[in-house]
Design a protein around this ligand. Structure first.
Ligand code: PLP
Length: 331
């Protein structure tokens, strides 16, 4: 049980140790900065990824409420849906994933491989739904049915990005503070991909609560900018209110949408080139939907002088590895 000023939170312990921070030697030399990577992609649970940290709190709440069924929403190749499936299964819940057809890719590998193959192994129920404005009402009707059948449904929003989910990346921030001391470094920037705001939000809250001067930056993986900034600041302020903190202004949300490509789920040549370069230079596989876009943004911005020369930068690898196989014909 973790305590804020105004409420406490149940955390289920899914991650057994801190994720490793490694130096990206070749990129550091090439760019003239000290570039590190935090391997949340290798966190030991279900092919890894950022959602596990959020789910430690979301499923904690579900357990407290006596839930029997966990429901969530995402794209067909949602990493969040897969990790909800993995962790909820580990805890013995029934799982229903609502997978929206929001990315128009009809290859067999996109439709059947990657996260879908893993969801099949988990034997979770998948509802494929159109990408329309009835998505939430579809989930609500299913929740009503579950209640009528005597079950207790618990709904997790897209990406697990709400005030409670934010606590996962507040934990990550605190983990980074300890690792900084162990490694003898001081990160000037902490950088991650942003899709639904909870990873970025948790890191921002960490900075605020620790009164730290690090710059928290995120790269958007879809071109829609304002909605994501508004959502990120809204969930940050909800979380901060639980700690008795004053609201923060949205100018604190440093979100760059320049490298998102034309739409979510569609990597472009520049992103795929970066994915290949990272694999060849550092032996690290980025994913095609999130981290390849964010890491491209980071590298390009360093080249443009948007980071202080010689600075120390931490890129959080937020996972997405199964997506590599869903895009098998793109490389
Ligand atoms: C691999 C990966 N990276 C980054 C993100 C973005 O995280 P957030 O939704 O917290 O912004 C996601 C979200 O699904 C993801 O799957």
């Amino acid at each position: 049980m973790i305590k804020g000023n105004t409420r406490s939170f149940t955390k289920v312990s899914l991650l057994k140790s801190a994720t490793e921070i490694q130096k990206l030697e070749k990129f550091s030399t090439d760019l003239g900065v000290n570039l590190f990577i935090k391997r949340d992609d290798l966190n030991g649970i279900g092919f890894g990824g950022n959602k596990v940290r959020k789910l430690e709190y979301l499923l904690g709440e579900a357990q407290d409420l006596g839930a029997t069924h966990i429901l969530t929403l995402g794209a067909i190749q949602s990493n969040h849906a897969r990790l909800t499936g993995v962790t909820a299964r580990m805890m013995g819940f029934e799982v229903e994933l609502f997978l929206k057809e929001s990315v128009a890719i009809d290859t067999e590998c996109y439709q059947q491989n990657g996260n879908i193959a893993l969801n099949n192994i988990l034997e979770v129920q998948m509802h494929r739904i159109p990408n329309d404005n009835k998505m939430i009402s579809r989930v609500e009707s299913r929740m009503e049915e579950i209640r009528k059948e005597g079950g207790i449904p618990y709904f997790i929003p897209v990406g697990g990005s709400n005030a409670l989910g934010n606590l996962g990346y507040l934990d990550c921030y605190n983990e980074i503070m300890i690792q900084e001391k162990e490694l003898g470094v001081d990160f000037d920037y902490i950088v991650a991909a942003s899709g639904s705001g909870g990873t970025h939000g948790g890191l921002i809250i960490g900075n605020v609560l620790n009164n730290n001067q690090a710059i928290i930056k995120a790269y958007n993986v879809q071109p829609e900018h304002d909605e994501l900034v508004d959502h990120t600041i809204a969930i940050c302020n909800d979380t901060l209110s639980w700690f008795g903190e004053e609201s923060i202004d949205k100018s604190i949300v440093d979100l760059n949408s320049t490298y998102s490509g034309k739409s979510y789920g569609f990597p472009e040549e520049i992103h795929l080139d970066m994915l290949k370069k990272m694999a060849k230079w550092e032996g690290v596989f980025l994913d095609p939907v999130y981290t390849s876009k964010a890491f491209t943004g980071l590298v390009e911005d360093v080249k443009k002088g948007m980071y202080l020369p010689g600075s120390t930068i931490l890129f959080v690898h937020t996972g997405g590895s199964p997506g590599i196989f869903a895009y098998a014909n793109w490389y």
